[in-house]
Design a protein around this ligand. Structure first.
Ligand code: SAM
Ligand code: SF4
Ligand code: FES
Length: 364
């Protein structure tokens, strides 16, 4: 390459960086970007820190310095679905399965409340391993503990979602995983993208706070589709968005695939904060599984929620979505102390309320 063309290359690089910084600035003020603009920011590595700083400022302005803690109860690893990436998929025969009895789930919830949690997330594989009546009973008993309840139990019928809402559930978490329909089809045999979207609409219609999100780094996932994911979150007017890297599990068809990156997950998360300024965004467990300071870095790049594990005993290790999952040998009390210490170390505080989204941005 001639000296002149190297200079020319440098000049173009500087102009491009300046353009991208202008876009980040615009997003910080107007909370809007096109798919093409989002993709350009995702593609370029030179503006990362400026992006994270902007997301941190928007987080502070709209949701403040309190961090919401939500206790995660992983109450069953039984699953009737076969998502290609997940260790709980039904065809994985290398996993000891468990299904906690309702009284044990309620007992774990009581313990979590005694550690100070005001919100619990009840998560499991998908399927009819509990009857609707049993699930409603679990929800209504836990509701008596004066907590907000999030369900993360997959696709259900409208009738079931309605009954769970009536039993006391406040929020529902159902990631869209990807808005690329072809990729969705490849990753989810016998599932339909259309039904996933319909479930999210139903959940919203029924008055739940809606949580969704994406996996970052699925095989052959494009930058454009990640940009499309962010626009989907905005269009849905989601209340909570969880973004996490895909981590390959040796007992799945994606065993030999590359992991998603921490960096790209953080960038999608930060852009989500810029476009949906007042929603709740967790610093996800999968992020920390790739980077030992992952959750703290995420909390400084747009996130305002952490979901520490409150599952007791051996079940933590058996809820094996992917290898290297953090906290599998720890106790709920240890995790509560650990995460509180980390939050204080960055001059943030732990919220004492139920953590509902406080809408203070209307132009969405
Ligand atoms: N079964 C419910 C569902 O699919 O909505 C809830 C439980 S599922 C285990 C929760 C989330 O785990 C999924 O939405 C998915 O994004 C994430 N997950 C599964 N396998 C993963 C992997 N290998 N790497 C990162 N995240 C994974
Ligand atoms: Fe089952 Fe959810 Fe895992 Fe899919 S992601 S296999 S539905 S637990
Ligand atoms: Fe579980 Fe730190 S949050 S050990």
């Amino acid at each position: 390459m001639h000296g002149g063309s190297t200079e020319e290359f440098q000049r173009i690089r500087i102009i491009m960086k300046k353009d991208l910084l202008n876009l980040i600035d615009k997003a910080e003020k107007e909370h809007s970007l096109t798919q093409d603009e989002l993709a350009k920011i995702l593609e370029n590595k030179e503006i990362n820190q400026e992006l994270f700083n902007a997301a941190d400022r928007v987080r502070e302005k709209y949701v403040g310095n309190e961090v919401q803690l939500r206790g995660l109860v992983e109450f069953s690893n039984m699953c009737s679905k076969n998502c290609f990436y997940c260790g709980l998929r039904k065809d994985n025969k290398n996993l000891k399965r468990y299904k906690l009895k309702p009284e044990i789930i309620i007992d774990f919830a009581e313990k979590a409340v005694s550690y100070g949690y005001k919100t619990l997330v009840l998560q499991s594989g998908e399927g009819d391993f509990y009857s609707t009546k049993e699930m409603s009973h679990i929800i209504s008993e836990i509701k008596k503990l004066d907590v907000a309840i999030t369900l993360s139990i997959g696709e259900k019928t409208e009738e079931e979602y309605k009954l769970f809402k009536e039993a006391g559930a406040d929020r529902f978490l159902l990631r869209i995983e990807t808005t690329d329909r072809e990729l969705y089809k490849r990753m989810h045999p016998e599932m339909s993208h259309e039904n996933r979207v319909n479930c999210l609409m139903t959940i919203k219609k029924l008055g739940y706070e809606v949580g969704t999100g994406s996996l970052i780094g699925l095989p052959n996932q494009t930058i454009e589709s990640l940009a499309g994911d962010i626009l989907f979150f905005k269009e849905l007017e989601a209340d909570m968005i969880g973004i996490g890297p895909f981590i390959p599990n040796e007992d799945t068809p994606l065993a030999a695939e590359k992991s998603g990156t921490f960096e790209m997950s953080l960038k999608v998360m930060a852009l989500t904060r810029l476009l949906l300024p007042d929603i709740n965004i967790p610093a996800t467990t999968a992020m920390e599984s790739l980077n030992p300071d992952g959750r703290i870095i995420a909390l400084q790049s747009g996130a305002n929620v952490v979901m520490p594990n409150v599952t007791e005993g051996e079940y933590r290790a058996l809820y094996k979505l992917y290898p290297g999952k953090i906290c599998i040998n720890d106790t709920p009390t240890h995790c509560r102390g650990c995460i509180t210490g980390k939050i204080h170390s960055i001059n943030r505080t732990v919220s004492k309320d139920y953590g509902f989204r406080k809408k203070n941005y209307t132009n969405q």
